[in-house]
Design a protein around this ligand. Structure first.
Ligand code: KDG
Length: 308
C-alpha cells in the first residue's frame, strides 16, 4: 500500500437545512462526518488510494458510514463495536455562525484502541494522517494515535497531522500539551492561525511550527488562502473567490488536496494549489463530505467553466 492511511471517529451528521435557530428548522439532512474520513474520501475522489479505519456501532448510522466510504472509493476498515455510533447535530445560526452539538461521549468511535491498528498498515502507507480530534476522545484513542505515529516514524513513513482543535472536546491548555508532542513527531502539519497559536507565540507561525520539527508546515486561513514553509521554501497561495454555502469540511478538503497531490509526486506549489481549489470547491456544497471534488470538478472550478 502506498496511499493514505488514516483512522478516527466518523459520525452521523444531522444538519438543519436553511439558516436560523434549530427550533425553526423545517427540514434536516442526514449525512456522514469525521475529519479523517473526510480526508480519506477527498483523497479517493482525487484519484488516490485511501484507507480509513475506525469503530462503528451496530446501528444504521454505522452501516451508512461504511457504505458511504466504500462508495466513495475508500478502503473502509470499520471495526464493529457494541456501543452506538456517534452523532453530530448542527445548524447555521446565521449566515456567519455554525452551531455544533456532539453526541459522542462513550460512542463506538471513542473506543478505538492501539491494538485495533495493524502495524503493517502503518508501515506500508505512503502517508499516515492523524488529527487533533482523536486524542481528545478517550485515553485509548490518544494511545492509538501516539502508538501509530511512533510506528510510522520508526518505519520512515511520513506523518501528517491536522491540528483540528475542537473546543467542545477539551481546553486549549490540555490540547496544547498533547498536540505539541504529536506535531513534534510529524513531517507535515496543517493548522489554522488560531490553532497555530496553541504552540507558537508571535507572528512567525510558520517558523515557530517548523522549529517543533515538521518540514512541511501549512497554515490555512480560509478565505485568505494559505501560507506554507516546505523544506525551507516559503509559499503563499491566495483563496479562490467562491460563494460560501457551508464551511464545514473545507479544511479536510484542503488537506485531502495537498496529500493527494503529494502522494502522486507533485511539487509543493502544485500540492498547495490543489489544496486551495479543493477547499474552495467544498465550501460551495452543503455537508461535511459531499463537497469533496473529483479532478474534473476541480478543473471546472479553476478553469471557470461551471456548465458541466
Ligand atoms: O472538519 C469537519 C469535521 O470536524 C466534521 O466532519 C466532524 O470530525 C468532526 C468533528 O469531530 O468535529
Amino acid at each position: 500500500m502506498s496511499g493514505l492511511f488514516t483512522f478516527g471517529e466518523s459520525m452521523g451528521v444531522i444538519a438543519a437545512d436553511g439558516i436560523g435557530p434549530l427550533a425553526y428548522a423545517r427540514s434536516f439532512s442526514f449525512g456522514v462526518g469525521g475529519a479523517e474520513s473526510n480526508v480519506a474520501i477527498g483523497v479517493a475522489r482525487l484519484g488516490g488510494e485511501a484507507t480509513w479505519l475506525g469503530r462503528v456501532g451496530p446501528d444504521a448510522t454505522g452501516a451508512l458510514i461504511s457504505r458511504r466510504l466504500t462508495d466513495s472509493g475508500v478502503r473502509a476498515m470499520a471495526i464493529p463495536d457494541d456501543m452506538f455510533t456517534g452523532l453530530m447535530v448542527r445548524y447555521k445560526r446565521s449566515g456567519e455562525f455554525m452551531h455544533v452539538d456532539y453526541h459522542r461521549a462513550g460512542s463506538a468511535g471513542s473506543r478505538l484502541t492501539p491494538a485495533d491498528i495493524p502495524p503493517a498498515l502503518l508501515r506500508e502507507a505512503g502517508v499516515v494522517h492523524v488529527t487533533g480530534i482523536t486524542p481528545a476522545l478517550s485515553s485509548t484513542c490518544r494511545a492509538a494515535v501516539f502508538q501509530s505515529v511512533e510506528t510510522a516514524v520508526a518505519a520512515g513513513v511520513p506523518v501528517s497531522i491536522d491540528v483540528n482543535y475542537r473546543g467542545k472536546l477539551w481546553s486549549r491548555p490540555d490540547a496544547a500539551a498533547v498536540l505539541r508532542d504529536l506535531v513534534s513527531m510529524a513531517d507535515i502539519v496543517f493548522a489554522g492561525p488560531d490553532e497555530a497559536s496553541l504552540f507558537v507565540d508571535g507572528d512567525d507561525q510558520l517558523g515557530g511550527l517548523a522549529k517543533l520539527g515538521p518540514t512541511e508546515v501549512i497554515v490555512k486561513d480560509g478565505g485568505r488562502g494559505c501560507v506554507a514553509l516546505i523544506n525551507g521554501e516559503r509559499h503563499e497561495v491566495p483563496a479562490l473567490p467562491v460563494t460560501v454555502i457551508d464551511p464545514i469540511g473545507a479544511g479536510d478538503a484542503f488537506v485531502a488536496g495537498y496529500l493527494a497531490d503529494r502522494l502522486a509526486g507533485a511539487a509543493p506549489a502544485q500540492c498547495l494549489r490543489t489544496a486551495i481549489a479543493a477547499g474552495a470547491f467544498a465550501v460551495t456544497v452543503p455537508g461535511d463530505c459531499e463537497g469533496l471534488p473529483d479532478r474534473a470538478e476541480l478543473a471546472a472550478l479553476t478553469g471557470g467553466d461551471i456548465r458541466r
